[in-house]
Design a binder for this molecule. Structure first.
Ligand code: S3P
Length: 429
């Protein structure tokens, strides 16, 4: 339990911690390569540490010194068969990406995760992998963990993605690396492309024409140096906090601005936020920049279609933003929210309603009418880090205290969140 209540504005400059998606991939790809991979700006969060725990079980050496990580591996061909079960914690990215890698490995493994992972659909990954010839067993015909995987030689596929999911796309591409033939993946809506970008950084040839990605099997990864940009999904909480809290002025350094991830920036601008973007030069293989935001009056918007994958993880905090905007905000085509760490349509609507927001769920999203003042109350996080952070940010504008039932869950993606909240609520530029 944690009780939060603030008056006053947010002021200060933050350096945003490393991107979760990119941090996972840096460890996994480093473990697949033969040699020493070094990572700068690694996010030391519970989820990314789950990926490290798993690759250590293959005999890969990983040393972590704050945000600097070294991965020393003899390559996936030399991975040891673990003598215990792989535990992926709360991490969908670890579970799904590893499923692709392990399906084409030479070892037998069993993977489980926490209560939330046990409920998340895995058939979206196991079905295409089985089309490639993978041997995977899981509850309900491979839809739920535990997953038992016997690695073997796979065949390339030509796959049309039924959902926009970078985890699924990545699992297929990672399996394709060791498959026979050239795999093609076609996306109907583009999901985050960190896997494609980082594989190229590890020396893999990945071709992309329009929405079709092609990868020829039999390619090995060359060790690399990775500079992880700050996570725009973490920055999003401060962007919204500053936009809705009167008198705020915040600068966020080191924010990843990959165009497949920056939907929140477009939405904030569309809603009238006072937001400046300064591109920054860096040695990262990903785009990054500095964001400067001040509070302002906000208007409602509509979000749907191919914008959804560009901000899928930001929808809980966008819903809070919409409670302070004038008019009716409509979020459509976001049914994927139902299969995140918790059902985020139900969780967001239930919890914001408790605080007095005017918000209703729909089959594929939500409708929010604003502006409404928010009361205090107890926020149930459902063990979901992004619901927890949404509740914490609401406490900046609520009339009474907000109590989080499980603040610890925030460490899944943002272990220093409460330190940063204190910095900005007591700070100056
Ligand atoms: C992620 C992809 C997205 C996102 C998740 C991280 C990734 O999930 O919601 O937080 O690292 O590839 P989906 O692939 O299920 O859309």
């Amino acid at each position: 339990m944690k009780s939060l209540h603030y008056t006053g504005s947010l002021q200060g400059t933050l350096s945003i911690p490393g991107d979760k998606s990119i941090s996972h991939r840096s460890i996994l790809f480093g473990a697949m390569a033969n040699g020493v991979t070094t990572v700068e700006g690694f996010l030391q969060s519970d989820d990314c540490l789950s990926t490290i725990d798993c690759v250590r079980k293959f005999g890969v050496e990983v040393t972590v010194d704050d945000d600097q990580v070294t991965v020393n591996s003899q390559g996936i061909e030399e991975w040891n068969e673990p003598d215990s079960i792989l535990y992926t914690g709360n991490s969908g990215t670890t579970t799904r990406l590893l499923a692709g890698v392990l399906a084409s490995s030479e070892i037998a493994t069993v993977m489980i995760g926490d209560e939330s992972i046990q409920k998340r659909p895995m058939k979206r990954v196991t079905a295409p992998l089985k089309l490639m010839g993978a041997s995977i067993i899981g509850r309900q015909d491979g839809n739920f963990t535990p997953l038992a995987i016997q690695g073997q030689t796979l065949q390339a596929i030509d796959y049309l993605m039924p959902v926009a999911s970078a985890q699924v796309k990545s699992a297929i591409l990672l399996a394709a690396l060791r498959a026979q033939g050239t795999t093609h993946v076609t996306e109907q809506e583009q999901s985050r492309n960190h896997t494609e970008k980082m594989l190229q950084h590890f020396g893999v040839k990945v071709e992309q024409t329009a929405n079709r990605i092609s990868l020829e099997g039999g390619q090995k990864l060359t060790p690399a140096h990775i500079v992880v940009p700050g996570d725009i999904s973490s920055a999003a909480f401060w962007l919204v906090a500053s936009a809705i809290t009167n008198g705020s002025h915040v600068i966020l350094n080191n924010v990843g601005l990959n165009p497949t991830r920056d939907g929140i920036v477009e939405v904030l601008k569309e809603m009238g936020a006072d937001l400046q973007i300064m591109a920054a030069s860096s040695s990262s293989h990903e785009e990054l920049g500095t964001l400067e935001i001040r509070s302002s009056t906000l208007k409602s918007t509509e979000i749907s279609g191919d914008m959804i994958p560009r901000l899928i993880d930001e929808i809980p905090i966008i819903a809070l933003l919409a409670t302070q905007a004038t008019g009716v905000t409509i979020i459509r085509d976001a049914e994927e929210l139902k299969v995140k760490e918790t059902n985020r349509i139900d969780a967001v609507v239930t919890e914001l309603k408790k605080l007095g927001a005017s918000i209703e769920s729909t089959d594929d999203g939500m409708v929010i009418t604003g502006p409404t003042p928010l009361n205090g109350g107890t926020i149930t996080t459902y063990g979901d880090h992004r619901i927890g952070m949404m509740g914490a940010i609401a406490s900046l504008i609520s009339s009474e205290a907000i109590v989080l039932d499980n603040p610890e869950c925030i460490a899944v993606s943002y272990p220093t969140f409460f330190d940063h909240l204190t910095e900005l609520t007591t700070g100056s530029l």
